[in-house]
Design a protein around this ligand. Structure first.
Ligand SMILES: C[S@+](CC[C@H](N)C(=O)[O-])C[C@H]1O[C@@H](n2cnc3c(N)ncnc32)[C@H](O)[C@@H]1O
Length: 390
């Protein structure tokens, strides 16, 4: 399977490429939803203390550089992108040569031992094709390897590649169940035992509770599981960006992250977000934005001209993502971009596929690819756009 970006127009040969400074902006994105726990009423991933996150992120090869929180969500800016921790949802987005799948086992242990979760309800692992896949380390040297790794944990995982696999494309691994928990495979013996052990301990505790309490909780859970909470995620992954915009995200032009945020107009993309931003030296930018209702946005920028890359992601609900896509692409002026939208049936973005189908052009960007997929609990729309004439 072709993995690298289309390099047919590149004049670089392999020896000069070796010497070149390079940073892989493309992120690996892992989102896990844990199943609400009947036995542990106060289960919460935010109970996991900071030193444990620090240790977990060492296995990923990155570290926390900034932190902000509100009642709904803890948001971490990392040396390579971001981590968001909510009650039962965990999101890790990391770029460069990080290894997010390496922290999968430690995460499940912390979720069981500290947070009180023993079952995974849903999982999404996704990324764009890397620009330089040969620089990645195991288990991220190719999508096949990432899938094999995840398949060793799940018996119901499914892998998809959307877009043109010899050019710009996007890979996704997800579970095929609509909630209901996904059993960790028995061949991961130690982890399986650990999860089972926590599960049975919690079940014993459950039996000690008053019958009324349990019945009430069960009734609430049944009702909640029949009607999922609205959920949606939009990602816009941009390449070949306008150098004059990218210059903003260098220390030559801005001395602080706040200055870069304001000069670029990032603060106007989704008003009402509390922004935690970071400007790297000599260049590079990351920000997390969070709002009181639990929404987040995150933007990461690799401004170097030879491999410029910007990602935008948010779970903000909208029935008009076209407007948001316009604001984002006008801000960063990419040569090309990929949009993905996940939305479940109760989301106001549930018709995003139809909306994007009508967006054949967005300003000066023309759509080259569109695919629509229906999964157990979410619909997914993938589209790719290029600036024309291209
Ligand atoms: C971490 S940031 C944003 C990454 C993000 N995934 C993206 O490219 O959209 C990466 C940018 O910061 C620069 N940078 C400077 N110092 C860095 C550091 N210590 N760690 C990671 N990136 C650094 C890189 O050269 C690159 O331009």
């Amino acid at each position: 399977m072709a993995e690298s970006e289309d390099l047919s127009n590149s004049s670089s040969n392999s020896s000069s490429r070796e010497d070149m400074h390079f940073f892989e902006g493309v992120e690996k994105l892992l989102e896990i939803w844990f199943e609400p726990s009947t036995a542990c009423k106060n289960a919460d991933l935010r109970k996991i203390p900071r030193p444990m996150w620090d240790a977990l992120l060492k296995t990923v090869r990155c570290e926390i550089i900034s932190f902000t929180r509100n009642d709904q969500i803890d948001a971490y800016v990392l040396s390579e992108s971001s981590m968001f921790v909510s009650k039962r949802r965990w999101i890790l987005k990391t770029c460069g040569t990080t290894t997010p799948l390496q922290c999968f086992e430690p995460l499940l242990r912390l979720a069981a031992e500290i947070a009180g979760y023993t079952e995974i309800e849903d999982l999404f692992y996704s990324r764009k094709n890397y620009k330089r896949p040969e620089l990645q380390v195991s288990p991220h040297r190719g999508f096949d390897e990432e899938v094999a790794f995840l398949d060793s944990f799940f018996d119901d995982g499914r892998a998809y590649s959307l877009g043109a696999i010899n050019r710009d494309c996007w890979h996704l691994y997800t579970l095929s169940r609509g909630g209901g928990g996904s059993k960790i495979l028995k061949r991961n013996n130690h982890l399986h035992q650990l999860m089972e052990q926590h599960h049975s301990q919690q079940q014993q505790l459950q039996q000690q509770q008053e019958d009324d309490d349990v019945q009430q909780l069960d009734a609430q859970l049944i009702e909640a599981s029949m009607q999922p909470d609205p959920d949606q995620t939009i990602e816009i992954l941009m390449t070949d960006l306008d150098p004059s915009v990218m210059a903003i995200f260098t220390k030559d032009v801005c001395t602080t992250a706040k200055e870069a945020t304001q000069k670029s107009g990032i603060h106007r993309l989704l008003p009402g977000m509390v922004i935690d931003d970071y400007l790297f030296d000599p260049c590079g930018y990351s920000m997390n934005g969070i709002s009181k209702n639990g929404c987040y946005m995150t933007i990461h920028i690799t401004p170097e001209r030879e491999f410029s890359y910007v990602s935008f992601e948010s779970n903000v609900a909208s029935s008009d993502y076209g407007e948001l896509i316009k604001r984002v692409t006008r801000t960063f002026q990419p040569g090309k971009f990929i949009v993905t939208v996940f939305a479940n049936k109760t989301s106001i973005a549930a018709n995003a596929n139809r909306e994007i189908e009508h967006l054949g052009t967005i300003d000066q960007w023309k759509r080259r690819d569109i695919q629509y997929s229906r999964f157990a609990s979410y619909d997914l729309t993938y589209a790719q756009y290029c600036k024309y004439p291209s």
